[in-house]
Design a binder for this molecule. Structure first.
Ligand code: GAR
Length: 187
C-alpha cells in the first residue's frame, strides 16, 4: 500500500498529532505523516515531530503571504492529504480550493452543535446531556463540512470543563484514525 503523504496542522499540545504519528507507523494505516505545520512557535506538539523525525515548519500567520508559504511547503513535501489537529486558525479558501475534500478537521463537539471556540463552557451552560467529537471535511464555512465520524459520551451532573475535555479527547484518539481508515478504505 502506498501511504498518502500527509501534513498535520497544530497550534497547541499536539496529543492528536502524537496519536496519529503512532497510528501511521502501523503498516496498514493509510497515511504517512510527512510534515507538521504549526502556527504557534511555542506549540508543545512540535516535540512529537522532533521525536519522530518529521519535518516541521512554523508559519507566521501575521505575514500577508503566509498562505503561499503553506502551499509552497505542501507542494515541496508532495502532500496530498491534510489533518487539522487542534489548529486554531481558520483555513483560507485558497488552501481549501487547492485541497478539495483532502482536508479534515477534528472538533470537540457533536457538530453542528457548538461550532467554534469554547465548546465545553458553552455545553455546560446549555446543560447538554451528551458531548462528543466530530471528524469532518473542511469547507469554506467554519466547522460545517460533511461529517466522516462522530463519537458521543454522556455528560454527568458533576462533569466540569476539565472532565469534558478528558472524555472528549479519549474519544478523539479513536475517532481520528477511524475516520482516516474510512476515507481510504476503498482506495
Ligand atoms: C482537540 O480536542 C481538538 O478537538 C480541538 O483542539 C484540541 C487539540 O488538542 N480542536 C478545536 O477546538 C478546533 N476548533 P491536541 O493539541 O492535544 O491534539
Amino acid at each position: 500500500m502506498v501511504k498518502k503523504k500527509t501534513c498535520v496542522f497544530i497550534s497547541g499540545k499536539g496529543t492528536n498529532l502524537k496519536n496519529l504519528i503512532l497510528q501511521s507507523r502501523e503498516k496498514i494505516f493509510p497515511i504517512k505523516i510527512s510534515l507538521v505545520i504549526s502556527d504557534n512557535k511555542n506549540a508543545y506538539g512540535v516535540i512529537y515531530a522532533k521525536k519522530y523525525q518529521i519535518p516541521y515548519i512554523f508559519i507566521n500567520t501575521k505575514l500577508v503571504n503566509y498562505e503561499n508559504t503553506i502551499l509552497f511547503n505542501l507542494r515541496k513535501y508532495k502532500i496530498s492529504f491534510i489533518c487539522l489537529a487542534g489548529y486554531m486558525k481558520i483555513v483560507s479558501n485558497k488552501l481549501i480550493k487547492n485541497y478539495q475534500r483532502k482536508i479534515i478537521n477534528i472538533h470537540p463537539s457533536l457538530l453542528p452543535k457548538f461550532k467554534g471556540l469554547n465548546t465545553f463552557s458553552r455545553m455546560l451552560k446549555n446543560k447538554e446531556k451528551k458531548g462528543g467529537c466530530t471528524v469532518h471535511y473542511v469547507n469554506e464555512k467554519l466547522d460545517s463540512g460533511n461529517t466522516i465520524i462522530q463519537k458521543k459520551f454522556f455528560i454527568n451532573d458533576k462533569d466540569d470543563e476539565k472532565i469534558l475535555k478528558y472524555k472528549t479527547q479519549k474519544l478523539e484518539y479513536r475517532a481520528f484514525p477511524e475516520a482516516i481508515i474510512k476515507i481510504f478504505r476503498n482506495s
